[in-house]
Design a protein around this ligand. Sequence first.
Ligand code: HEC
Length: 86
Amino acid sequence: MFKVVLVMTVSVLAMSGCKAKPGIGEPGYNLVNSKCGTCHFAGVKKAHATKEEWDKTVTRMMGKGVTLNDTEKATVIDFLVKYYHP
Ligand code: HEC
């Protein structure tokens, strides 16, 4: 009986974990994961900003060594605005 309860608890935790990661598999997610995740994807997830603020932040991060072309930058900002807005 205890084992059954344990298995159920673990599955519920695993499922709720999925909800905490929006946008997995989207092009923007993959970019943020590979370009920003090298330093701090966790920090990105805590931030909530408007489009203008994300534009400034991403531009500032590019000064720290993030390389994004115009299309990638727009994709990243759209993704961040969609999931990490105020
Ligand atoms: C080379 C390492 C590095 C990479 C790559 C990087 N960052 Fe940062 N980021 C930092 C450091 C260091 C800070 C803290 C100092 C600061 O805020 O300037 C920071 C701070 C931040 C903050 C909090 C500060 C604020 O103004 O809200 C956010 C949000 C953020 N980064 C988002 C991003 C995003 C989005 C990307 C990808 C486009 C990214 N970072 C890529 C190093 C990095």
